[in-house]
Design a protein around this ligand. Sequence first.
Ligand code: SF4
Ligand code: SF4
Length: 81
Amino acid sequence: MAKAKKRFRVTLNRAWCKDCGICVAFCPAKVFEAGERGEALVAREEDCTGCQSCVLRCPDLALEVEEATPSQAAEAVTHGG
Ligand code: SF4
Ligand code: SF4
């Protein structure tokens, strides 16, 4: 079986997020998407490269990106789509 590529967990703290859209605009992998009310959503976590740009740019410290453990990655595959 081919070795799985690195996966990352992208956590958006809804309580702190002000929906400024910076992460939506900045993520080079287009992981985020603006929802119907302009709210920031983690839409494509599986595309995250772990570059940490969003974490550094979020003015409200609402984002966290960490490498997923193999089991978390498997779970993400199961629930992804
Ligand atoms: S940059 Fe931070 S505050 Fe702005 S939309 Fe993204 S998560 Fe929310
Ligand atoms: S760490 Fe980089 S690739 Fe991952 S969501 Fe943040 S900006 Fe996008």
